[in-house]
Design a protein around this ligand. Sequence first.
Ligand code: AMP
Length: 210
Amino acid sequence: MALRHVVLLGPPGAGKGTQAKQIINELGLVHLSTGDILRDEVSRETELGKTAKGFMDRGDLVPDQLIIDMIRGRIEAADQGFLLDGFPRTTAQAEALAAFATIDVVLNIGLAREEVVRRLAGRRVCRDCGAIYNLTFNLAEGETTCAKCGGELYQRDDDKTEVIANRYDIYERSTAPLIEYYTRQGVVRTLDGAAGSENVFSEILELLSA
Ligand code: AMP
């Protein structure tokens, strides 16, 4: 299998995390989610976590250099290949990444703004196993227990309605230009995030095993 250095791109709520969990099970890549790593730093109250928290609570991006320093060693250690989820998010991050890793394919999962807002507001995450649910698809209103492990489901602070619009604006301004950046390198494959997660997943598997 040639495509071992994979980037997942797309607005928040497009299904990057859900797809990532399935892809790594199937292909044995290392899943590197900068959002997950940061949330762990925040919950452990590390120096990085304390610095990042304010940016994250507002839906703003954490400064590039902090993110690059945090992720670089993990990428370099991923001998069997990696799946980047939520990184890079700015052109500066993509340029830094290019200096220490090649990228084989960028899976660009598109989703319209109204659907992003609806999905993020309905997203719930398991505190214990990290499983992702959505009131729109697979979770009954009022359900607070994870069907996979029995853990408690919670709503991320940055999935509250007042933060969602800011996150989408930042995606459009800072992250969407990466589609053009990677298109110039000929590595972008675009998927329709509204197609349903099973369909998106089978398309991704086809692309990655081609
Ligand atoms: P996510 O789980 O990918 O939606 O990330 C949650 C939050 O973590 C974002 O809204 C940012 O505040 C921060 N974050 C995650 N990845 C990055 C990144 N590559 N660059 C800057 N901030 C990030």
